[in-house]
Each structure stands twice: as structure tokens, then as C-alpha cells.
Design a protein around this ligand. Structure first.
Ligand code: MN
Length: 259
């Protein structure tokens, strides 16, 4: 059921929220999209939910991002925070027959189809599920350094150089008051751009967010993402976070989004 779309189709799908959904499936959400993914016993994460949505296992060890992101933060962030978004998403869709077969990604791309009474819960929790699934994927052990591959060329084209993009992302993350995310998106004009969203909003929430687009990478600036190690120093967390990036995974996202 994975559907790979050209940019033309992607843009067409964004044109009318409420119209028949045109969907893009990003790496790592394939299992969830079918409601089939299962937890890895190796990670020791309990299967806490009943419902179509499941917590994807962390694709590396909890300690893999040390010293940039500490082990305890990763354990709590993945096993507790992300699990809670999954649990609350399952609760929100429990009595919604029409929504039961949809992935979290499908839900956030067409919130207009969600009954109003459930829309805030699904916006927050499907958003949280999609955002965190991406977040684990775009990081990894021995990460960081300069971007590689096709995305490196797109970064140069859009920002001049990588340092300028980093500065824009850091500024967006620092400027996000309260909780949210800073993103690099492939915009509807086919160029990379930096934006930020509040809470668990995602740039795929067309009609909801100010600057829609397809997320290529994003950084969680909720305090739960950094407070244990960095306390109130969001700047220090952002500076360290760049050392975790998995450019191979980011390139896969970019190539899929660019079609
Ligand atoms: Mn988070």
C-alpha cells in the first residue's frame, strides 16, 4: 500500500484538505501504516497498547547517542513519551470505525476527515507519533558531520551552505516559545526551507500549520527532549543534536519527498 508520488501528485494532494487523500509514506512508518509493526523484544519495551497503532522500536541502543543525548533521556523519551502518544492515539480512534484503518501519517495529512470531537486528540497524538518516529530515524550512532548525497546539494541551493541552514534551524528552535519542533521541509515550491511548529503539529498538516511541506528532518524542542542533561539550556542541546544526525536516513527522506 506504499504509494510513491511525484511532487506534482504530492502538491495536488495538498490542494484540497477533505478531498480524497493523496498520501506519502515515509521510511519507518510503513509498518505502522498497516498497523502491523510489532515491538522488538530486544529493546525490552512492553507492549502497552491495544489498537492499530504501535510504538516502533528504537532503531539503535538507548546509549547510542551519548554523549550528545543521554541514555536516560532516550529511555524516557521513547518508552514513556512516545508510548503515551501511541496509547492516546489508540484511545482516540477506538470508537471510530472510519479511522481505524488509517496510519498516523494518513490521519495528520487529512485532519478535516476526523470528527471534530476527536480532532484535537488526533492532531496532538498522531502528530506526536509521526514526529517521534521520524526523530528516532534521522538520528543514529556515529552521526553528524557534513551532509552528504542529494540533500547536500539541495541544502547548498536553498541556504548557500550547511552552516547557514544550521543557524536557521537553531534560530527556529530557540524562537519556538514553549513546546514544539523546528524543521527542514521540502516546501510546495520544491525548495528546502526552515520552519517551526507548536506542540506536536507537523508540516504535513496542511490547513493547520503556517508553512506546509514535507519534513526532511526535525528537532524536538520540548523540554522533555533535553532537560535531564541540559536543563534550561536549549542552545546547548541544539548544538549537540547536530552530532547525532544520520545523513543516510535523511537522504532517503529527501529522495522520497522529492520524488
Ligand atoms: Mn518529544
Amino acid at each position: 500500500m506504499d504509494r510513491y508520488l511525484s511532487r506534482r501528485n504530492l502538491i495536488g494532494g495538498f490542494a484540497g484538505i477533505g478531498a480524497a487523500a493523496t498520501l506519502v509514506t515515509l521510511p519507518g512508518l510503513r509498518g505502522n501504516a498497516e498497523g502491523r509493526s510489532s515491538l522488538s523484544a530486544a529493546q525490552g519495551t512492553p507492549a502497552a497498547t491495544t489498537g492499530p497503532h504501535t510504538l516502533p522500536p528504537l532503531p539503535y541502543d538507548y546509549a547510542a547517542l551519548e554523549p550528545h543525548i543521554d541514555t536516560q533521556t532516550m529511555q524516557i523519551h521513547h518508552d514513556k513519551h512516545h508510548q503515551t502518544y501511541v496509547d492516546n492515539l489508540n484511545k482516540a480512534v477506538a470508537d471510530q470505525q472510519d479511522l481505524a484503518g488509517l496510519s498516523a501519517l494518513e490521519l495528520i495529512q487529512d485532519l478535516a476527515r476526523v470528527p471534530e470531537a476527536k480532532r484535537t486528540a488526533i492532531r496532538n497524538n498522531a502528530g506526536g507519533h509521526v514526529n517521534h518516529t521520524m526523530f528516532w530515524e534521522i538520528m543514529g550512532p556515529n552521526g553528524g558531520g557534513e551532509p552528504t548525497g542529494a540533500v547536500a546539494e539541495a541544502i547548498t541551493a536553498a541556504f548557500g551552505d550547511f552552516a547557514a541552514m544550521q543557524e536557521a534551524v537553531n534560530t527556529a528552535g530557540l524562537g519556538r516559545f514553549g513546546s514544539g519542533w523546528a524543521w527542514v521541509i521540502l516546501g510546495e515550491d520544491g525548495e528546502l526551507a526552515v520552519t517551526s511548529t507548536a506542540n506536536q503539529d507537523n508540516p504535513l498538516m496542511t490547513g493547520v500549520v503556517d508553512v506546509p511541506g514535507t519534513p526532511i528532518l526535525g528537532v524536538d524542542v520540548w523540554e522533555h527532549a533535553y532537560y535531564l542533561k541540559y536543563q534550561n539550556k536549549r542552545t546547548d542541546y541544539l548544538t549537540a543534536w547536530w552530532n547525532t544526525l544520520n545523513w543516510e536516513a535523511i537522504n532517503q527522506r529527501f529522495e522520497q519527498a522529492a520524488g
